[in-house]
Design a protein around this ligand. Structure first.
Ligand SMILES: [Zn+2]
Length: 303
């Protein structure tokens, strides 16, 4: 139609200079918990008269996906695999390029807000490169239930911000898709405020939660071999022991086909709650605690 797609942006501009912290929500259009977070943070918590620097909140980064209540863009692509996009390319590549160059490029720090994908649930967890001192610190300040060390997949907003523009970036995964979860949103706001206060943008209101995050040196998804009716047993943010039964798979006649066991000790970062399972579907996202962070590229196959 030759008309641009408008992306909503809320800017809280402080009276004094300082960092430019960007918050992006709903880059996956059906991952919504970041939206009330941006509203509450920018419209209620932050006083511009007392703010040093600028907070830029993008309540919906994937506008067409949000309107269609879907994860991807209009052409079905995942914007979080297309970054930094292309100036001349497909519609989703150009959209990604504009998002990067007109918005994200101007941030000094990025907090990208996500949730689990459709059919799955998540703990409140942070994905960050724990080998990088700035992002490690941001992850700790965010104070989630779990932190997963991850060097960010190629094409992700976090990865492109870090690699292309040297902007320290973390991803905050706030619970479940397609809903607003007050408790998780409240905890995530506390974490963002901790980061702003550490950057000396707001008065020191550093609030320490009554738990420490579990820091995972690596994490990975466990998949089924066949298809069937899937029941994943442990809850998110609970520990499983090596050899513990984690899921059963029944055929459509109600007979048990397969049992799945934890391959090692770990914590459940996220899990599938959709019983309809085709071959190779996801069971659970297992986080493994270790003192040693593996070198090089670490990707858990997250989607
Ligand atoms: Zn996402």
């Amino acid at each position: 139609m030759s008309t641009p797609i408008r992306v909503p942006v809320i800017v809280a501009k402080g009276v004094r200079p300082g960092p430019v912290v960007g918050l992006t929500a709903a880059l996956h259009g059906n991952e919504l918990n970041g939206i009330p977070l941006t509203h509450r943070l920018v419209l209620q918590e932050i006083q511009c008269q007392a703010l040093h620097g600028i907070v830029v909140a993008v309540p919906v980064a994937n506008v067409p996906g949000y309107l269609a209540q879907q994860r991807g863009f209009t052409d079905g692509t995942d914007l979080n695999r297309l970054m930094p996009g292309k100036k001349n390319g497909t519609t989703s590549q150009v959209y990604s390029y504009n998002l990067m160059t007109r918005l994200v490029k101007h941030f000094t720090h990025l907090i990208d807000l996500h949730t689990a994908s459709k059919g799955r649930v998540n703990s409140l967890y942070v994905r960050a490169n724990m080998q990088n001192s700035t992002t490690r610190h941001m992850a700790r300040l965010q104070n989630p239930q779990i932190i997963v060390h991850n060097t960010s997949p190629d094409g992700s907003l976090r990865g492109a911000a870090m690699q292309q523009y040297n902007i320290p970036a973390i991803t905050v995964e706030i619970g479940d898709p397609a809903r607003f979860q007050k408790r998780f949103v409240k905890s995530a706001i506390l974490g963002v405020t901790n980061i702003l206060s550490h950057l000396k943008m707001v008065e020191d209101e550093h609030e320490v939660q009554d738990y420490d995050p579990v820091v995972c040196a690596k994490s990975y998804w466990i998949f089924t071999k066949g298809g069937g009716i899937l029941n994943v047993l442990p809850d998110v943010n609970t520990w499983v022991r090596k050899g513990e039964l984690i899921a059963t798979l029944h055929n459509i006649f109600g007979q048990e086909e397969h049992r799945y066991f934890a391959p090692e000790d770990g914590i459940v970062v996220g899990k599938s709650v959709d019983p309809v399972c085709q071959s190779g579907c996801r069971i659970l996202h297992l986080g493994v605690v270790s003192d040693h962070f593996p070198e090089g590229k670490i990707d858990d196959g997250h989607m």
